[in-house]
Design a protein around this ligand. Structure first.
Ligand code: FRU
Length: 502
């Protein structure tokens, strides 16, 4: 494996310079060093640092044979890229359309373990198996000689048995894998005492038709007195990042759902993966892009011209509400990169009027608006974001129909599509909207962080105007606060260029 890693590292080094000129790269959303990236994989705190592993193709800005990229951070904001952690090198994980697929990390006896899916092709079909690697220094990994540790059970498709999530309770490890039988998506659960020997336990949970034909990236964890199962269903039309809150019987290995919800309804949020940090927070990361099988997919976007594709959504803390619903709150650490605070209190936007918002440089900013619904009679509150008065993304809070509607039809000359999602609007008097904008994406939180839409918007720097408008009636704003947000990713890219120059 070491040879394959060294070869790919040379490729990455070669491409660093090109990345410094890539102006669509994000300023504060974490992203890969170059090339293609997708799912976040094992996220973990090991020896005092946050480790972030993720899927990468270092050789191009399109999906191909998968490697595990690796970065570390002390604060979840400033990241340092480390050498690739896993590379395809064995018969069970080597194929141009396979490789080291998604998985998890876990600490056991002081070592950092990676459990991942190896994807190969045996000549007649793709075969996915679960495999193990470990490291004592958290940087260099070796693969277990007895891999694979789990193969698809009889009756399940070899080509659809992947993305192991490791959950530990007492002294037992549980492994949850996405699987497919016929047209039914399922999560299968295994148990082990040593991460190497696994015993099949049960079908943890399954689709009854409502949640598609295959579940990717299942994620099981305990939150307060409940358990949460997240998964990314394929073939469930509009649903693609589902959470279930419920109970888990560790003896039988059965999950009993009570509440279901969508983690993020946006165009670009997939394969969420969570971890618990040293403060006891449950934090979720996700890949900010869409697959070609999603109904709204157009193509991989314009960034491949710059030698990269993909970034991660804002890290969010997951909190459990009394009714079993979940909140997804951007982690507090992002407050550290705020600057240029602006506030505007109590103002009205009259029907048809466009109210200009002052927010950082209009590209990388955070905006929080509280609307007074008792004084608002508009049918819709509309945000026009990353605008130059011609192209702009629209976020419509449709009060009449109780929906949030995002339109990218006029956003950037590339993106298209409209995504609708229901709003809870639990508070009749007030509505709060929290928006994060970065170089190439927007994330909109409302309903007390229970409703979210994230989407990419490849707007130019000249698209730096942002407005609130009122449709068919007036809008009353109680308070509006904005901040510019620092460029922490570019600094990193420039540092890499300097390193190369020497
Ligand atoms: C989800 C996914 C996983 C798979 C990985 C391959 O986005 O399809 O199921 O392990 O991507 O890169």
């Amino acid at each position: 494996m070491q040879q394959a890693i060294s070869k790919a590292e040379l490729e990455i080094k070669e491409k660093r310079k090109q990345m410094c000129k890539a102006h669509m790269r994000q300023r504060y959303h974490f992203m890969g060093e170059e090339g293609w990236i997708n799912d976040p994989n094992g996220l973990i705190v090991y020896k005092g640092k946050y480790h972030f592993f993720y899927q990468q193709n270092p050789y191009g800005s399109f999906w191909s044979e998968m490697y595990w990229a690796h970065a570390v951070s002390e604060d979840l904001i400033h990241w340092e890229y480390l050498p690739l952690a896993l590379a395809p090198s064995e018969p069970y994980d080597e194929h141009i359309e396979g490789g080291c697929f998604s998985g998890s990390s876990v600490i056991y006896k002081d070592k950092l373990y990676l459990i991942y899916t190896g994807t190969m092709n045996n000549g007649s079909e793709f075969v996915q198996t679960q495999n193990v690697a470990w490291s004592s220094d958290g940087i260099h990994f070796e693969k277990y000689k007895e891999n694979p540790v789990a193969v698809a059970p009889v009756g399940y498709q070899n080509a659809n048995f992947r993305d192991p999530c490791i959950y530990k309770e007492d002294d037992t490890f549980y492994m949850i894998c996405g699987a497919r039988t016929g047209d039914i998506g399922r999560a299968l659960i295994y148990q082990s005492k040593d991460l190497l020997h696994w015993e099949y336990l049960n079908i943890l949970a399954e689709s009854r038709g409502e949640f598609g034909y295959m579940w990717e990236c299942p994620d099981l964890f305990k939150l307060g007195d409940k358990y949460v199962l997240m998964f990314s269903p394929m073939g469930a039309v509009d649903r693609k990042t589902v959470y279930l809150t419920g109970d888990f019987n560790k003896k039988t290995g059965k999950f009993s759902p009570l509440v279901s919800g969508e983690i993020d309804w946006g165009f670009d949020f997939y394969a969420p993966k969570s971890f618990e940090d040293s403060k006891g927070r449950r934090i979720v990361a996700a890949w900010a892009n869409a697959w070609d099988w999603m109904p709204w997919w157009k193509d991989w976007g314009p960034t491949y011209n710059e030698g990269w594709c993909g970034h991660f959504n804002l890290l969010r803390e997951i909190r459990l509400c009394k009714d079993g619903r979940l909140q997804f709150i951007p982690i507090d650490e992002y407050k550290e990169i705020r600057r240029d605070k602006q506030t505007e209190d109590s103002f009205k936007v009259e029907s048809g009027q466009k109210h200009k918002i002052t927010c950082g440089d209009g590209v990388a900013f955070e905006l929080r608006v509280t609307f007074d619904l008792t004084q608002t009679d508009a049918e819709c509150i509309k945000f026009l974001l990353r605008s130059d008065n011609q192209s702009e993304a629209e976020v419509c809070i449709d009060l009449k129909h109780q929906e949030m509607i995002v339109s990218r039809e006029k956003a950037d000359g590339w993106s298209n599509g409209v995504r609708r999602c229901p709003l809870l609007m639990e508070n009749e008097n007030e509505l709060k909207v929290h928006i994060f904008s970065d170089q190439s994406s927007l994330e909109v939180f409302t309903d007390d962080y229970k409703t979210v839409q994230s989407f990419n918007d490849f707007a130019t720097d000249a698209q730096n105007l942002n407005f609130i408008t009122a449709i068919n009636g007036n809008v009353a704003v109680l308070e509006m606060v904005s901040y510019g947000l620092n460029d922490v990713m570019k600094t990193k890219n420039q540092k890499n260029e300097v390193e190369i120059a020497f």
